[in-house]
Design a binder for this molecule. Sequence first.
Ligand SMILES: C[S@@+](CC[C@H](N)C(=O)[O-])C[C@H]1O[C@@H](n2cnc3c(N)ncnc32)[C@H](O)[C@@H]1O
Length: 386
Amino acid sequence: MNTHLNWPENETTQTALWVSESGTNPPKHMTLADDTLSAENAHRLASEGHALLWRGDFQNARHLLQALTRRLDKLKSKKTNKNKIIQSNLEVFHQHRMAQAQRAHILNAIVIVVEKNHHIDLRRAPDVVDACFEVLGEQTERYALPLRQLLAYVSAHEWRKNGVLIPALNSNIHPHYGVFSPIRGEYLELINSAPLPKPCDTAWDIGTGTGVISAVLARRGVKTIIATDTDPRALACARDNFERLGLTTQVQLHQADLFPQTNTKADLIVCNPPWLPAKAAAPIERAIFDEKSQMLKGFLLGVGAHLSAHGQAWLIMSDFAEHLGLRAPNEIPDMIERAGLRVLKKHDIRPQHGKVFDKTDPLHAARALETTSLWCLTLAAKTTLT
Ligand SMILES: C[S@@+](CC[C@H](N)C(=O)[O-])C[C@H]1O[C@@H](n2cnc3c(N)ncnc32)[C@H](O)[C@@H]1O
């Protein structure tokens, strides 16, 4: 159901559709804000629960958002220096998530109204038509959204236009807004180099996201691939990438919860589920957080029934959750065994992305220990699943 934001202005009640990617309700207390508002006052009003409906110059709203961000960063480093107590990685993780949520609440307080044709009626407003249309499609009425979210649409539009170079493909993948982006590509190197089962004519890619794993398998010569996802944004993004890469005859897309509904079996079934077993704070986080390891368990418990006689299941998983204390060290091998599968080989790689080396990152201690693995699995014994 659509929700609306209402506010008094020019002696009438104004209204706009409320668009929130984090699923929050429209703010109750609206204050009209313009170029005269200081970062200090904005911070105070936002902390008191007011949303700031921007009526000034668009670029000044961006500067205010930057100033608010700097303020929050300063306050955070003051707090960290004061409370230097020894905490477990798990405590640090929960505290970090809570701080992120509070920070988002403050930063999302600056609200922009966009007309239904995706134009912004403010001084020095940029052209956001393509960026907003890509995410929201046709709109039949004007809408309001946090400025931060609008800027995320704009940045996603640039990523989508330019793409991300995937060395394993020697081509670009074009991520869409809200779809898991393969910028940390180390796991793709594993998928590109691990020996394929013989023969490997058919493969399934469970939770395809941008479609990148299907694309790597197609380039490796797998003739028929089925890619699944539940998220319509991911399906649209994967379709776009398969078209750009000329793979639409080799890869079929199915909207499915885990496995496609087909009576055929696959020689290879690959899955890269979200790596952290925790509750997503917002729908947009569902590609990162897998509450109670639902996708992971569903994949392991179900995959055996879909494998051909010599088939393999490939699971991509990092041990970050273990270093954070969110998952017990033996949990994955135990799940594999309980699912009637056995490990043929485990290929490991150390992540090389910038965050691993960032000592200011609150999760650095756990991140520095992280290994990403490709678990190559097969049926333990034919009798196990009968
Ligand atoms: C971590 S992302 C991986 C995306 C892509 N395979 C990659 O490696 O870049 C997980 C993907 O699984 C999808 N997903 C989550 N639950 C699912 C389910 N039950 N069935 C199918 N896909 C699911 C999400 O929408 C997301 O696109």
